[in-house]
Ligand binder design. Structure first.
Ligand code: 8Y4
Length: 271
């Protein structure tokens, strides 16, 4: 399966943290995650995003060997039956290299290759890279995030990371950008980013967004995380209408239909 970034792509989230696929031992854990991967593929996901480290505020750091044990056997197992594009959600150079060897296609790094050795690892692998904006670090990013102009500042940051990636030898055609909804942003700042999302298409690079189930939707609707499907679909449609090329979601079945309407509209506008 080849990645077509000229259309709207649905990225299905697979978390391999132990709280997600809980403990009957390593084999059972990979096996359960593998069944979940099959389900997302059947539901129509275009890309799978596999992560072994929680970026939630207050989450513990995961050692590199543990992150590898959680993610790499799963990527290898998916590759035995599917050629679906796979994204590895990691900031660690060792995990990037192992994932590339296992058959991953995209590095999804919420640190935008700012960790030691990450630029070089990504350049060596030759995978696509999603550069995401985050203000601060996961443990403290939500305590009083501040911007004068959030769209301009996120845009400047992404321009700097694009420049750093190019300087490290990563081809421009391999880059994807993401404003990082919820990563060091208040509700108001997230809404300003969503309102200005079209500006990020001006780089001529694919734009990715992750809004699914996030707290900004909870703050607007008053709903708990497991009751945010309708809000997530609404946000996905808004992002796609603003030109986002990859939408990272938890609810693939429902998002497939919601974004099929946007895709049909865009195909009639731009045949
Ligand atoms: C409920 C469910 C509440 C999920 C919060 C969350 C993004 C990302 C994440 C994103 C890219 C998350 C790994 C945070 N978000 N990668 N990763 N863009 N590129 N929180 O927006 O889903 S994890």
């Amino acid at each position: 399966m080849k990645l077509d970034l000229n259309k709207i792509n649905i990225m299905g989230v697979i978390n391999t943290t132990p709280d997600s696929f809980s403990d009957g031992g390593r084999f059972v854990q990979t096996d359960t995650a593998l069944e979940y991967a099959r389900k997302l593929i059947d539901e129509g996901a275009d890309i799978l995003d596999i992560g072994g480290e929680s970026t939630r505020p207050g989450a513990a750091e995961v050692p590199v060997d543990e992150e590898i044990r959680r993610t790499i056997p799963l990527i290898e197992a998916i590759r035995r039956f599917s050629s679906i594009p796979i994204s590895i959600d990691t900031s660690k150079p060792e995990v990037m290299r192992a994932a590339a060897d296992a058959g991953a296609d995209i590095i999804n790094d919420v640190w935008a290759l700012r960790r030691e050795g990450a630029l070089q690892a990504a350049a060596d692998c030759g995978l696509r890279v999603c550069l995401m904006h985050m203000q601060g670090s996961p443990d403290s990013m939500q305590d009083n995030p501040q911007y004068d102009h959030v769209v301009a500042e996120v845009s400047e940051f992404l321009q700097q990371r694009i420049d750093a990636a190019l300087a490290a030898g990563i081809e421009r055609s391999r880059l994807i950008i993401d404003p990082g909804f919820g990563f060091g942003k208040t509700l108001q700042q997230n809404l300003q980013l969503l309102d200005g999302l079209d500006e990020f298409t001006l780089y001529g690079l694919p734009v990715m967004v992750g809004i699914s189930r996030k707290s900004m939707l909870g703050l607007i609707t008053g709903k708990d995380v497991d009751q945010r499907l309708a809000a997530s679909l609404s946000a996905a449609v808004i992002a796609a209408m603003s030109g986002a090329n990859i939408i990272r979601v938890h609810d693939v079945t429902e998002t497939v239909d919601a974004l099929a309407i946007v895709q049909a509209l865009q195909t009639v506008q731009n045949p």
